[in-house]
Design a protein. Structure first.
Lengths: 329, 377
């Protein structure tokens, strides 16, 4: 899109000790990270972890309580209005005008971004094509399906071809097919050099990101490529178990001394061993499930999924924090 | 400030109005309805006062006195009663506001040259109306006394006595003293203020409630572009309301329009900008539609209705309240509209009012721009 030099090492978003406090509630508790130009950077975390608060501070919509940051070369505290000319933002809630038509919404935002006349027509056609709304340009936005609304909102957010795009849970409430289409668009933008900062709580979506930050209770608890997260943050062996009555089996497996934790996964179970060596854990599970009619058809070591990593990271965090609160009391 | 962005906001806002015909109907219908209601119902004139009589005299003299009441357009004869109880009931039931009691010795006293008693019983529950009725009754009594006196002097001297004081009144601006002439221009000003603030009080709060504001503040749009862009379409609606109100005043209520129509609309526009901006300011600070519309209503209608001098003379208010009226923009607009309509005066007389309205518009519009923070809370 923009003809700016594309250098993979160039940092376009960076924050240091960024924090936001609402009254007594620490929404974001001092996080630091950097995003490189052209990257798809995912922010993964459960609801209320501080994803939206972070993205709003980066867009200049919310003043941080402390810490600093730069987006597209501008300071997020002092130059928020300059940042706004260089970014596209899509909030969690659909935020175009329902009673306006598709075309009127696009026209409104191209007016706000002051696109030149020729550019305005070109970009409008681009958005309509991209969103698949060529035949619905005169439809009221309220009548569009979720997927269409999302693509239209994306289109309006990138009308002015911003180098950085912030998407706050862009695909929540959208069917899987539309979600897939939406990610194709994100890839396309990224291929043109746009940096995409996206928050999500969908595991499969985070696999699409170049790099991931895992945020939990306002803190960044892991940062890296999906691959690195799966290998580096997960030293213990992960086992997949296929058996009957997985619910009951889970209770049994969880109590084994060789097993750290177990969780339902698909039709079976995933269990995390206490060590990197899977053999003792496999033996223990097979022994435990043999006599009781679970008909375990498969107990073997697998590469952990992001969900395994995510669950394990969060549980480790909870365990680390529990003694502290104990002491405080 | 970029006109392109201002224009985009104005266009979008007018689309909202067009897509919501109900609000447009309300914006144009409410002023008409209120003007009709106040124009017809809120009259301070008292005439056709219903009255009953307990005539115990039943003589040509008592009937002559009664004829003076029935002949006046200020009184409506509602019948004779046979006793005091009947008169009481007529007033209790509100069939009559006035009861006259003529005693049996009325004609005898009159003929003997003694003062003949006439009792008037008034319903004082509406003190203002009662004092006006009292004035009318005293007027008739005075006229009657004068007639009797003149007749006696003429009989005794054969000539009419010279008149000592010849009072010639001339009432300017509203010669018939029709209260409608004075209420309609006033209520026009009150309604315009209310409607203007109500129209805009929802605009910013609605964007906050729907989440569209979050998108808008992530763009480079400037507060001034946003506020002025939103103001423009509503100024159009407000001026349309003003045209309707002026037409109704002139053609329906026959209020004389003596001053410059161009000046009337120019200053109405200035007043409207100030009040529309007041609505936007409230909307910006409240960020909730319900709260914003209530604050807008109370902060415009109450002072405009009570403190603008549109119906209640400011000079009669306690000094502390009079001081407050100086910051009520409606006070200046009411004075201006009455000046244009009834007195036909221009800028040379009305400049203080115009100046205040200009300053008010600038200050409030400025404040609404300053308080439009492009930040979430």
């Amino acid at each position: 899109m923009r003809s700016e030099p594309k250098s993979s090492a160039e940092t376009i978003v960076e924050v240091q000790n960024l924090a936001k406090q609402f009254g007594a509630f620490k929404a974001v508790a001092g996080i630091s990270f950097a995003v490189r130009r052209g990257e798809i950077f995912g922010f993964l975390g459960p609801n209320g972890a501080g994803k939206s608060t972070t993205i709003r501070m980066l867009c200049g919509l919310l003043a941080p309580t402390s810490g600093s940051g730069r987006v597209a070369g501008f300071d997020i505290v002092r130059e928020a209005e300059k940042i706004k000319t260089r970014i596209g933002y899509m909030s969690q809630k659909f935020s175009l005008y329902d009673e306006l038509t598709v075309e009127e919404n696009i026209d409104f935002y191209s007016g706000i971004y002051r696109l030149a006349k020729g550019k305005k027509i070109e970009r409008k056609e681009w958005v309509l094509t991209m969103a698949g709304l060529r035949d619905h340009r005169n439809a009221r936005t309220a009548e569009l399906s979720g997927g269409w609304k999302q693509r239209l909102a994306l289109g309006c957010a990138v009308l002015h071809e911003p180098p950085v795009l912030f998407l706050d849970e862009p695909t929540s409430g959208v069917d899987p097919n539309s979600r897939r289409q939406f990610w194709d668009l994100i890839y396309e933008l990224s291929a043109h050099g746009v940096t995409v900062f996206v928050t999500t709580h969908y595991m499969e979506e985070s696999e699409y990101c170049d790099r991931l930050g895992v945020i939990y209770r306002g803190e960044l608890i892991a940062l890296g490529t999906p691959r690195a997260l799966k290998t580096e943050h997960m030293q213990e062996a992960v086992l997949e178990i296929e058996c009957e009555r997985p619910n009951d089996a889970m209770e049994l497996v969880e109590r084994l001394p060789e097993i750290k934790e177990a969780a339902l996964f698909g039709k079976g179970l995933h269990a995390v061993a206490r060590s990197a060596d899977a053999t003792p854990a496999i033996k223990a599970i097979q022994a435990a499930l043999s006599g009781t009619g679970f008909h375990a058809t498969k107990v073997e070591r697998i590469t952990p999924t992001l969900e395994d990593v995510f669950v394990s990271l969060i549980e480790a965090r909870d365990r680390a924090e529990a003694p502290q609160t104990e002491v405080l009391r | 400030m970029k006109l392109r962005r201002l224009w985009a906001v104005a266009r979008k806002e007018s689309l909202h109005v067009r897509r919501d015909p109900r609000s447009l109907v309300l914006a144009l219908g409410i002023p008409m309805l209120m003007l009709l209601m106040f124009g017809y119902a809120l009259t301070l004139d008292v005439d056709h006062v219903p009255f009953v009589v307990w005539d115990q005299s039943g003589t040509p003299q008592s009937r002559d006195l009664l004829a003076r009441f029935t002949a006046s357009r200020y009184f409506d004869f509602r019948g004779a009663v046979g006793n005091y109880r009947g008169l009481e009931q007529a007033i209790d039931r509100r069939d009559a506001d006035l009861g006259l009691i003529i005693p049996p010795e009325f004609a005898r006293d009159l003929d003997a040259g003694r003062a003949a008693a006439l009792q008037a019983v008034l319903d004082g529950s509406d003190s203002n109306t009662a004092s006006i009725i009292l004035g009318y009754t005293q007027g008739i009594a005075t006229g009657y006394n004068q007639g009797v006196m003149l007749a006696q002097i003429r009989r005794a001297t054969g000539t009419s006595p010279p008149t000592a004081l010849d009072l010639r009144t001339r009432i300017w601006f509203n010669p018939d003293l029709e209260s409608r002439n004075f209420i309609v221009p006033g209520i026009m000003a009150v309604i315009m203020g209310l409607i203007a603030a109500l129209l805009t009080s929802l605009t910013i709060a609605r964007e906050w409630e729907r989440g569209t504001m979050e998108q808008l503040i992530s763009t480079p749009v400037r507060p001034a572009e946003l506020i002025l862009g939103k103001l423009l379409p509503y100024l159009g609606i407000g001026m349309l309301d003003m045209v309707i109100a002026v037409l109704m005043a002139v053609f329906l209520f026959h209020v004389p329009l003596r001053g410059s129509i161009a000046l009337l609309f120019f200053v109405a526009g200035v007043f409207m900008v100030g009040t529309l901006a007041q609505g936007i300011l409230i909307s910006t600070l409240a960020r909730q539609q319900l709260l914003a519309s209530q604050v807008a209503m109370i902060s415009t209608f109450l002072p405009a209705f009570l403190l603008s001098g549109f119906a209640f003379a400011i000079g009669n208010m306690p000094a502390a309240v009079q001081v407050i009226t100086y910051i009520v923009p409606a006070r200046y607009f009411v004075a201006f509209v009455k000046g244009i309509f009834l007195r036909g005066v221009g800028v040379s007389t009305l400049w203080p009012e115009i100046l205040f309205l200009v300053v008010f518009a600038l200050v409030v519009a400025g404040a609404s721009i300053v308080f439009t923070a492009k930040k979430l809370r």
